[in-house]
Write a protein that binds this ligand. Structure first.
Ligand SMILES: Nc1ncnc2c1ncn2[C@@H]1O[C@H](COP(=O)(O)OP(=O)(O)OP(=O)(O)O)[C@@H](O)[C@H]1O
Ligand SMILES: [Mg+2]
Length: 276
């Protein structure tokens, strides 16, 4: 573990002229006029309620759903994320990884459920892996929900998102989109997101992204978010891949940290390790 952390630190230190995480400008469309509190509460209550099965959550490693000691690692990550977003007035967080199957969607769901256990926060989890969407099947959602339809203006968010409890809303996709890069590059996307934020006033919006090294979808969207968590899979992701992705992301947004996932040699309470 220390070896990986010091290798990441060394790679960062060796970058010549590369921008450092935390120093890049925030997105420019961040000025959003929020609805009055009563309207926000009404908008949340109008979202269709999501009922979840504990077995399905367990099967998909969504340990933060129930809380307790199994969720300690995710709850620690939640605290670090909250500290950073509050200190920097950030509201949009993307979760990505260099290659596929590092655990992005699992982490996005865990972080969202961990945040949902804090009643004073409102969280949106939006699926932007438009090539291999998986949040719907991980949650066992059978509704016809399409966040890509919301993005392209053919569907309304209020009927394409589901509310879990009073303060977590999730929008998923039924299958791959035909034109993910074009959709993510569309000039309408900033307005769609600003409109959703104005109506639901989330503390944090989490975007579950696609892996960076297989398409340019995540880079096409990176300028829309305030910060990014990069998920690395132990024994699979290389330092070189982490360095390349950090460098590319830091040119567009703030890299909040690298989450080292799938570590086999840690206590069961630590599913994730967080570097920063
Ligand atoms: N901490 C972990 N320990 C062991 N297995 C894990 C862990 N996190 C996720 N997984 C497993 O790894 C697989 C991939 O997880 P997940 O779908 O979350 O990754 P992903 O990065 O979103 O993948 P994709 O790139 O396809 O979107 C799943 O089978 C998941 O259960
Ligand atoms: Mg995924």
């Amino acid at each position: 573990m220390e070896k990986i952390q010091s290798a990441i630190a060394k790679a960062r230190a060796e970058r010549v002229g590369g921008s450092q995480p935390g120093t890049t400008a925030l997105r420019t469309d961040a000025v959003v006029a929020s609805s009055p509190a009563g309207d926000v509460a009404t908008a949340w209550q109008a979202l269709p309620a999501l009922t979840l099965s504990s077995r399905q959550m367990e099967r998909n490693r969504i340990v933060a759903f129930r809380g307790g000691s199994a969720a300690t690692g995710v709850d620690m990550l939640r605290t670090r994320v909250l500290q950073q977003i509050r200190a920097n007035n950030w509201h949009r967080l993307a979760i990505t990884s260099p290659s596929a199957a590092c655990g992005k969607s699992t982490l996005a769901l865990n972080l969202a459920f961990s945040l949902a256990r804090q009643p004073d926060l409102r969280t949106l989890l939006l699926e932007l892996d438009l090539r291999r969407p998986s949040l719907g099947s991980m949650l066992g959602v059978s509704r016809d929900i399409s966040f890509s339809g919301v993005l392209d203006g053919t569907r309304q968010f209020e009927s394409n998102a589901m509310r879990y409890g009073d303060n977590l809303a999730i929008s998923t996709n039924p299958g791959p989109s035909r034109n993910p890069a074009e959709l993510l590059n569309s000039l309408h996307v900033p307005d769609v997101l600003a409109d959703i934020e104005a109506r639901y006033d989330p503390t944090l919006t989490i975007f579950d992204m696609s892996p960076m090294l297989v398409s340019d979808d995540t880079m096409a969207f990176a300028g829309q978010v305030d910060c990014v968590l990069l998920v690395a899979a132990a024994e699979a992701t290389t330092i070189k891949e982490i360095d390349q992705c950090e460098r590319e992301l830091a040119a567009q947004t703030n890299v909040m940290g690298v989450v080292l996932n799938k570590c086999r040699y840690m206590g069961p309470e630590y599913g994730y390790d967080y570097d920063y």
